[in-house]
Design a protein around this ligand. Structure first.
Ligand code: URA
Ligand code: SF4
Length: 197
């Protein structure tokens, strides 16, 4: 375990900076390999995550794990986290104020891990990190903002009742790891969208 990351984790566990602290069972810090080339960012913990204190351990998590395996990866080799680290009541979308209050933790995770790519899982994350919308239109694309690369795909939960979307997620995750391979080999990759801030 990386000491700095462990410190972030401890701070998340005891955090009471926003309203969500009142209704959570457990905070859910990010989890995984701090040497990962990619950070997967989800929206917020759900019921199972709140109970266990770990990200993506419920049905959506199984879909994400399956997509990683399809791409020849395992979840232990990547880093997985969320925009907000505590479960919103009844799984509602996290409020802007909650996202803003929690964002320092994600910034710290990114600064420590320095991923080659940040993988955005779904619309809420797309909106929070890049101000975007319409993830179905932009999925599979690469974005550059402030010298950081992002890869856009759908939220694994969207695949639960839609078999077609499983293929979409799997295809995107395969592409993501191909891109990482190219980045590691210093190949020039094509950036689809550039954001300036
Ligand atoms: N959905 C998310 O966005 N994050 C989790 O950790 C679990 C489900
Ligand atoms: Fe703290 Fe984030 Fe949990 Fe709010 S959601 S209490 S800011 S860790």
């Amino acid at each position: 375990m990386n000491q700095k990351l462990d410190k972030v984790k401890q701070n998340v566990i005891k955090c009471t900076k926003c309203e969500l602290a009142k209704t959570r069972t457990n905070s859910v810090p990010g989890k995984g390999d701090f040497k990962s080339d990619v950070i997967f960012v989800g929206e917020a913990p759900g019921k199972n995550e709140d109970k266990n204190g770990e990200p993506f351990v419920g049905v959506a998590g199984k879909k994400l794990s399956a997509a990683l395996e399809e791409a020849g990866m395992s979840r232990e080799k990547v880093y997985i986290t969320n925009i907000v680290k505590c479960r919103p009541p009844k799984n509602r979308v996290p409020k802007t104020i909650e996202r803003e209050t929690c964002q320092d933790y994600l910034k710290q995770e990114i600064a420590i891990i320095k991923p080659k790519l940040i993988c955005i899982l779904g619309n809420t994350v797309f909106n929070s990190l890049l101000g975007g919308s319409e993830i179905m239109k932009f999925r599979g694309k690469i974005v550059q903002k402030d010298n950081q690369l992002y890869f856009l795909t759908i939220h694994p939960a969207a695949t639960i009742y839609n078999q077609k979307l499983i293929e979409v997620l799997n295809e995107d995750i395969v592409k993501l790891f191909e891109l990482i391979k190219e980045l590691k080999n210093d190949k020039k990759i094509t950036i689809d969208i550039e954001y300036s801030s």
